[in-house]
Design a protein around this ligand. Structure first.
Ligand code: 8X3
Length: 250
């Protein structure tokens, strides 16, 4: 039984791959950056198969999936982890190219990989799809505009998948993490602006990638009759802000 993790070269994806290999599973780690995947491959050994794949390029996904060796080809768990946030400007000032790239990766990339893998799972009447959503998909925040909307898509797509899969044994979960550090998330979002990145995590006990990886391991190991539809995880240091009201706005 094989697990396919997208965005495996760093952050959540690398941690999920590590945790699942250590738990005894065989993991295909898909990503664009081959140098990083090779490092992970050296670390994890024969139970890890690095796979060059750009989820935003349908040809790349097709070729990558077609190149999986026979003994790895039966995907039992797909972890749709590849995704990113770009920028935090308010909508009226945001860079449209950033919006396009987030939609392309977080929405189109995730749906394309899912559409490719799902028929095999349905044919076997067995499989599990775990999508990486975000608290940003449920809780709006300033500057979250399109990033949050892509993650709301991921949450609803996960629920709708389960609806289509009625009568099958295929499980689907949306995993929605809140503030998490020790990943490239904020470096990518703020384009390497170290001061802004550090400000996000200053004096905060944030979630670690291992927290998410352990959640995914737990989900995968729940009994076959259990389906967790949606799981949201925040660090204790984070909670809700409530609605905002502007006074004297006639
Ligand atoms: C990560 C959580 O709050 O940075 O998706 O959007 S947040």
């Amino acid at each position: 039984m094989t697990i396919l993790v997208t965005g495996a070269s760093a952050g959540f994806g690398a941690s999920i791959s590590r945790t699942l290999v250590k738990a005894g599973y065989q993991v295909i780690g898909a990503a664009r950056r081959q140098d990083k995947l090779q490092h992970l491959s050296q670390e994890l050994g024969a139970a890890f198969l690095p796979l060059e794949m750009d989820v935003t390029d349908t040809n790349s996904v097709d070729q990558a999936l077609a190149s999986i060796p026979e003994q790895w080809a039966q995907i039992d768990l797909l972890v749709n982890n590849a995704g990113l946030a770009l920028g935090m400007e308010v909508a009226q000032e945001a860079n449209f190219a950033d919006w396009e790239r987030m939609i392309h990766t977080n929405v189109l990339g995730l749906t394309y990989v899912t559409r490719k893998i799902l028929p095999q799972m349905v044919q076997n009447n067995k499989g599990y799809i775990i999508n990486l959503g975000s608290t940003a998909g449920s809780w709006p925040y300033k500057g979250g505009n399109v990033y949050g909307a892509t993650k709301a898509f991921v949450r609803q797509f996960s629920l709708n998948l389960r609806t289509d899969l009625v009568g099958t044994r295929i499980r689907v979960t949306n995993v929605a993490p809140g503030l998490c550090g020790d990943t490239e998330f904020s470096n990518v979002r703020f384009r390497g602006d170290e001061d802004r990145v550090q400000a996000v995590y200053e004096n905060i006990s944030y979630l670690k990638p291992e927290d998410i990886a352990n959640t995914i391991l737990w989900l995968y190991q729940t009994p076959a009759h259990v389906n967790v539809n949606h799981i949201e995880i925040m660090p204790v240091s984070q909670t809700f802000a409530g609605l905002s009201v502007t006074r004297d706005l006639a």
